[in-house]
Design a protein around this ligand. Structure first.
Ligand SMILES: Nc1ncnc2c1ncn2[C@@H]1O[C@H](COP(=O)(O)OP(=O)(O)O)[C@@H](O)[C@H]1O
Ligand SMILES: [Mg+2]
Length: 226
C-alpha cells in the first residue's frame, strides 16, 4: 500500500530574469511505517518537495497521489484531503505564540468534519500533548513561554491530533540541541512504529541515521547513490 506518491513532479517559481526550477522530475513513494529522510543542502528543494507533498503548493507538472486519491485541483478538495490524511510540520514549527499549547495542538480539529465538540478537542489535545511529554500545566501556558524543544513537541502533537496517515516534517531538529533532537526523533519513531508514513527533510546526520530510507536531492533533482 502506498500512502503518498509523487510522480515526476516539477515546480518552478517566477523570478526576475528566468524562473527558478526549485524541483524537477522528482518521484518518491511513502508507505505505512516508512521514515524517509530527504537529504540535501540548503536551497536544494527539500521544503518545496514537502509543500508539494502536503498539498500546500501545486506542481507545475507531474502528479501527486494521496492514499490512492489523485490530488484534486480545486482548493476545497485539496483542503479536505489534507485535513483527513496529511500533517505538515513547517520549518519554523508555526506554533502560535499567544495561544496556549493546548489551543495550538487542538487547532486542526476545529476544521475537522464531522465537527468535534470543543470539550473533546481540548481532551484530545491534552492527550496528544501528554504523549509528547507536555504536561497539563505546561499545556496551559502561552506557547511563546515554552522552550524551542517544547514548541517543537507542541508542533508534533498538533500534527498527530488528526491521526494523519502521513506526516511531513521540515527540519524538525534544526533548532534543537542533541538531547532534545534525539527525544523528538523518538516521538517520530513511535508514530512510525504505529504505521504512520513519515517524510523528514533534514541535513542533520543524527536524523538521517535514524531513518528507514534516505533520498537525496541536489538542485531540485533526486540523486540516487550509484
Ligand atoms: N516561494 C518561492 N518563490 C521563489 N523561489 C522559491 C520559493 N520557494 C523556494 N524557492 C527557491 O527554490 C529553491 C529551493 O528552495 P527550498 O525548497 O526552500 O530548499 P531547501 O528547503 O532545500 O533549503 C531555492 O532556490 C529557493 O530560493
Ligand atoms: Mg527548507
Amino acid at each position: 500500500m502506498t500512502l503518498l506518491s509523487l510522480d515526476r513532479v516539477s515546480r518552478s517559481f517566477p523570478a526576475p530574469g528566468s524562473p527558478v526550477d526549485a524541483v524537477t522530475d522528482f518521484s518518491l513513494t511513502i508507505s505505512p511505517g516508512d521514515m524517509t529522510g530527504l537529504l540535501g543542502p540548503s536551497g536544494s528543494g527539500k521544503s518545496t518537495v514537502l509543500s508539494l507533498a502536503g498539498l500546500l503548493l501545486r506542481p507545475s507538472s507531474g502528479s501527486i497521489t494521496v492514499n490512492g486519491t489523485p490530488a484534486p485541483t480545486a482548493e476545497r478538495g485539496r483542503a479536505a484531503l489534507r485535513g483527513s490524511t496529511l500533517a505538515h510540520i513547517g520549518q519554523d514549527f508555526s506554533v502560535i505564540g499567544w495561544m496556549s499549547a493546548v489551543d495550538n495542538a487542538a487547532l486542526p480539529l476545529e476544521y475537522s468534519r464531522p465537527a468535534v465538540p470543543r470539550r473533546r478537542r481540548r481532551e484530545r489535545a491534552l492527550e496528544a500533548l501528554a504523549q509528547v511529554g507536555i504536561d497539563p500545566d505546561l499545556a496551559r501556558r502561552p506557547a511563546r513561554t515554552l522552550s524551542g524543544g517544547q514548541r517543537q513537541r507542541v508542533a508534533i502533537a498538533r500534527a498527530m491530533i488528526t491521526r494523519p496517515a502521513v506526516i511531513l516534517a521540515d527540519e524538525p531538529t534544526a533548532a534543537l540541541d542533541t538531547g532534545t533532537a534525539s527525544a523528538v526523533m523518538d516521538l517520530l519513531e513511535n508514530l512510525r512504529a504505529d504505521g504512520v508514513g513519515l517524510l523528514i527533510a533534514t541535513h542533520d546526520p543524527r536524523v538521517a541515521q535514524r531513518c528507514t530510507t534516505t533520498v537525496s536531492i541536489v538542485d531540485g533533482r533526486r540523486v540516487d547513490p550509484s
